[in-house]
Design a protein around this ligand. Structure first.
Ligand SMILES: Cc1cc2nc3c(=O)[nH]c(=O)nc-3n(C[C@H](O)[C@H](O)[C@H](O)COP(=O)(O)OP(=O)(O)OC[C@H]3O[C@@H](n4cnc5c(N)ncnc54)[C@H](O)[C@@H]3O)c2cc1C
Length: 395
């Protein structure tokens, strides 16, 4: 049963429709993704047309108002899509989807002007426009305030210079939300967000970054070389970039949490099937007490994780999920995912280490979850700061 059914988020979709939607998502992924996914992993990128396919199937504008091309179906449904992608073993696709649908679209919906929304969101819902968000730089990851990308005022707009790294959807993106310093002397108060059209002169992409997992998710370096964007590209107010980043963290981290839940569930299903087939010492692997304890522990953790996820989702729906909740959720579920898939893989013996067994992909795809969208150490820092205040950073 979906973990979302009991949520109290503001959604116009009833339980029956929700179940139908879930079935539709499963079917679309089996039809459109499963047969090709191995090839996309080898190509280190999904094909551009996949985004149009997802858009035509109604999976991209799930919680967007109908007037903007969406289905107005609720955040929980959008997260369910992400979870299902992970459950079916498409971790790289789930990450790209999460960026597009759970980060870039909500930024536009919450911060964009009517004109910005009308310009971008219907095309994001149809898959005509792929979204990315570019915060990280070679010298600024966890320490985002150290970013050097700048945006300087020019006649009728802003001129951007700088470089970003590890940008999910970077190769295929048509729209990139770029974080840049508009007032370098103002520290955190000098950062602004820009809606950058990737077809503008001065925008370029590096080679795709080769990763140990989530191969189908395209990850790129981006460069801005005297890239001039119009005044209308500024998202929200100048200087409020950090405030907006903080504000939108809960949704981003719910997305990572949904990915984790789906992946744990998917890995558990694969493992349950395997241990009942494989035999050693005259009995099924499933009959060793160790196997039973491992599976029981993973299942129990999954249930606990779901309960906390649902609690956060409910708070999000009420507008009460704060950055500490988001950090606790991201920390717990991503660490749990890594632990769970590791334990599951162990029960496959040597076959778990073979790429022919899908559990191996669950393992490599999981590893990034404790790093992107804020590392586990930063999550711990955020939670500790909530209890103890800021640590003395002096040596
Ligand atoms: C596959 C992938 C996809 C990504 N997608 C995106 C994207 O779409 N957009 C985007 O902007 N970024 C993206 N990122 C970047 C990601 O968010 C960063 O890699 C991450 O925030 C960590 O930054 P860093 O790599 O610079 O590590 P660093 O910040 O250099 O951290 C190195 C280590 O030091 C630890 N550390 C740092 N500061 C502290 C501290 N104060 N206390 C304790 N420990 C600390 C970290 O936890 C980590 O263990 C992606 C990364 C990858 C690999």
């Amino acid at each position: 049963m979906s973990v979302y059914r009991q949520s109290a988020t503001d959604t116009v979709v009833g339980n029956e429709d929700r179940a139908l939607f879930e079935e539709m998502v499963k079917r679309i992924l089996q039809q459109e993704v499963a047969p090709e996914y191995e090839r996309w992993e080898e190509a280190h990128q999904v094909p551009r047309r996949l985004w149009n396919t997802l858009g035509e199937a109604g999976l991209l504008g799930v919680d967007l108002p109908e007037a903007l091309g969406g289905s107005n179906a609720g955040v929980d449904i959008c997260l369910m899509v992400c979870e299902e992608m992970s459950r079916q073993g498409f971790g790289g696709l789930a990450s790209g989807y999460n960026i597009h649908a759970n980060i870039v679209m909500p930024y536009l919906l919450h911060l964009g002007s009517e004109a910005q929304q009308a310009h971008w969101l219907p095309r994001m819902a149809s898959g005509e426009v792929v979204g990315a968000i570019a915060m990280t730089e070679p010298g600024a990851g966890s320490d985002l305030a150290a970013m050097r990308t700048s945006a300087e005022r020019v006649d009728n707009g802003w001129k951007l210079n700088g470089a970003k790294v590890f940008i999910t959807n970077g190769q295929l993106a048509d729209l990139v939300i770029v974080c840049a310093k508009t007032d370098p002397a103002a520290g955190a108060r000098g950062v602004s967000l820009f809606l950058v059209d990737a077809s503008l002169p001065g925008f370029s992409r590096g080679k795709p970054i080769r990763k140990i997992g989530q191969h189908a998710s395209d990850t790129a370096e981006l460069f801005f070389d005297d890239l001039v964007v119009p005044e209308s590209a500024l998202l929200g107010e100048a200087g409020k970039g950090f405030v907006y980043l903080m504000q939108e963290l809960p949704r981003e981290r719910l997305g990572v949490g949904a990915q984790a839940l789906g992946a744990i569930d998917g890995a558990l299903q694969l493992t349950l099937a395997y241990v009942q087939e494989r035999r050693a010492f005259g009995q099924r692997i499933a009959d060793f007490q160790n196997t039973r304890f491992v599976l029981a522990t993973v299942r129990a953790e999954l249930e606990m994780g779901r309960a906390y996820f649902n609690q956060c989702l409910q708070r999000y729906g009420w507008g009460e999920m704060n950055s500490t909740d988001a950090a606790a959720l991201k920390l717990m579920l991503s660490e749990m995912q890594c632990r769970a898939v590791d334990r599951c893989l162990q029960l496959f013996g040597g076959y778990g280490y073979s790429q022919e067994y899908p559990i191996s992909r669950f393992y490599v795809d999981a590893r990034i979850q404790t790093i992107y969208a804020g590392t586990s150490e930063i999550m711990q820092e955020v939670i500790a700061r909530d209890m103890l205040g800021k640590a003395n950073q002096a040596a």
